[in-house]
Design a protein around this ligand. Structure first.
Ligand code: SAM
Length: 250
């Protein structure tokens, strides 16, 4: 069973695309007229130019809004379309789930005529995020096993451009670091269910750290330690766009 068949049931509720991140992805896609979205999930960040969504989990496909691009149940490692099927291929917060990264990246390059856009994260930067550094090192250790080094990804794409994607303080897409200024959100099991590094290791493992976070929020200790965060509107938790610009329009 695909992982997201088990952990993805509430995804559409907590993982609503954020307009500011959407603007960065749009800019990265540039003038591509057609886009294939690989590891598409519920369809976050898809625009009208998306011609196909590729997604292995039927639970995720079922949460795609009416009117979304057609979705095919398939994996990145074997995308069921012809070579050069779209101007651009995007793969957002998904490469760390793939069983064969090299095969998946080769497929993205085969399908994209001009541009590959990947959203991922730099684990070395992410590890400094207060949630995992101070409370849930187990979640960071879990991510250590699957995080794809950004430089490796860029090299696999033949020397791609890397752009930081800062997280707004009120980010609507509830991924791992989305709640950096709203710590109580991490105590909500529905929020955690939409974040694979918190959903996959299991509640048992994370319980002591979550209990410490709850206690520090109640006592004011968290606020005292992280007073400076209130002065920032966005935060670099390590999210990165990796953009392979292969050809310009002729
Ligand atoms: C964190 S979700 C991201 C979904 C969407 N791209 C987004 O940004 O909201 C990761 C997605 O990757 C999918 N996935 C897992 N393994 C995959 C594979 N081998 N090929 C393609 N997608 C995969 C999961 O089913 C899940 O929908």
């Amino acid at each position: 069973m695909a992982v997201y068949d088990a952990i993805g049931t509430t995804y559409a509720g907590t993982r609503r695309p954020d307009a500011r991140i959407a603007a960065r992805i749009e800019a990265a896609l540039g003038d591509a007229a057609s886009v294939v979205n690989v590891g598409a999930g519920t369809g976050s960040y898809e625009t009208a130019r998306t011609v196909l969504a590729v997604e292995p989990s039927p639970v995720m496909i079922a949460q795609r809004p009416d009117g979304s691009a057609p979705a095919v149940r398939a994996v990145a490692e074997r995308i069921p379309v012809v070579d050069g099927a779209a101007d651009a291929v995007m793969a957002l917060l998904t490469v760390h789930h793939w069983s064969d990264l090299a095969a998946g990246v080769a497929e993205l390059r085969r399908v994209a005529r001009r541009r590959v856009v990947i959203l991922t994260w730099d684990q070395a930067v992410f590890r400094r995020f207060w949630l995992v550094e101070e409370y849930l090192p187990e979640a960071a250790a879990f991510d250590d096993t699957r995080a794809v080094p950004v430089e490796r990804l860029a090299a696999m794409l033949g020397g791609a451009r890397v752009e930081p994607v800062p997280v707004p303080h009120d980010c609507t897409d509830g991924f791992g670091a989305a709640f950096w200024r709203r710590p109580a959100a991490y105590l909500d099991p529905v929020v955690r269910a939409g974040i694979s590094m918190l959903a996959q290791p299991g509640e048992e493992l994370l319980r002591p750290g979550l209990a410490r976070l709850a206690a520090d929020l109640a006592s004011g200790r968290w606020r005292d330690r992280h007073r400076d965060l209130a002065t920032h509107d966005e935060f670099d938790a390590g999210y990165r766009l990796v953009i392979d610009e292969r050809e310009t329009a002729s």
